[in-house]
Ligand binder design. Structure first.
Ligand code: AMP
Ligand code: ZN
Length: 271
């Protein structure tokens, strides 16, 4: 079988084996303009799923402009409805205008907006582009920081805490390697920008990535082994940790939170 067919088969098998979605429900694809989420949108559309795209426009100069243009291009090509949410309209500032805690504020707002908008759009699932490399890095980061609990919601289908206000996130590229996704996106000529965010300062993630890549020079299966090891232990770990925190709704914004005031409202100094 050729590379393209093998890659598509792997994504299809992930969707089917983990029952990520079905062809009747509306699914919202979180499209950043990068290779992963564009590939996820392209494939779900190709397989005949009921997709709409959601892009958070961050206002990070030319980088954001190029991403937006690419997301528009692929949605036009696939005839998929696109919803664009400018972050400035939602939080009053573009990411460039934020001085402290840029990355943290950006990611916490992206997460908040993706869930809220997907819910308002009637999406039954929210598709994320995370791939095998991202997952292996996150697992190791949580392990090194002693934050195993943080990773318990992971998996091709996320959701440790279930609530009517949470749209379940699904990751069809969960078992696809970074390099193979890049190769696939290029072969099928997707309009993508292979350039990480110019604001990104996640030094710890970069260190773990370099370390995992160095380990893989000796054994190509290191990341796969990390991810499969974690998935196999998830049910037992979830049993041990679940129910410790009760889910509430943030008193300020009304979104689900483990505390009285959610982390986003606290960070944004909305209290
Ligand atoms: P990141 O956290 O930037 O590695 O992105 C992980 C996933 O979040 C991507 O694969 C997308 O599915 C989603 N995502 C990131 N940035 C955006 C954005 N600006 N708009 C919509 N979805 C996004
Ligand atoms: Zn809040």
């Amino acid at each position: 079988m050729k590379f393209i067919e093998l890659f598509e088969k792997k994504v299809k098998q992930t969707i089917e084996k983990y029952k990520l979605t079905n062809k009747k429900e509306k699914i919202i694809v979180a499209c950043s303009g990068g290779k992963d989420s564009t590939t996820a949108l392209y494939l779900l559309n190709k397989f005949g799923y009921n997709t709409e795209a959601l892009h958070i426009y961050l206002g990070i100069g030319k980088w954001s402009e190029k991403n937006l243009a690419n997301v528009k291009k692929i949605c036009e090509r696939l005839e998929v409805k696109l919803h664009i949410i400018p972050i400035k309209k939602e939080i009053g500032k573009t990411i460039l205008e934020i001085r402290e805690n840029k990355c943290r504020i950006c990611s916490i707002n992206k997460r908040y907006l993706l869930n809220k908008k997907a819910r308002e759009l009637g999406g039954k699932k929210l598709v994320m582009g995370h791939n095998l490399d991202d997952e292996a890095e996150s697992i190791m980061m949580n392990l090194f920081k002693g934050n195993v609990e943080l990773g318990l919601g992971t998996g091709p289908k996320t959701g440790l805490l279930q609530d009517k206000k949470f749209v379940q996130r699904i990751k069809p590229l969960f078992f696809c390697r970074n390099e193979e996704t890049k190769k696939y996106a290029k072969l099928v000529k997707l309009p993508i920008l292979i350039e990480s965010c110019p604001c990104s300062t996640d030094v710890f993630r970069r260190k773990i990535r370099n370390w995992l890549n160095a380990m893989e020079k000796k054994d190509k299966k290191v990341k796969e082994n990390v991810v499969h090891w974690f998935l196999a232990r998830l049910p037992e770990l979830r049993k041990r940790y679940t129910g410790k925190d009760e889910l509430k709704y943030c008193e300020r914004c009304g979104e689900p939170s483990r505390r009285k005031i959610c982390k986003r409202c606290e960070l944004m100094k909305l209290v």
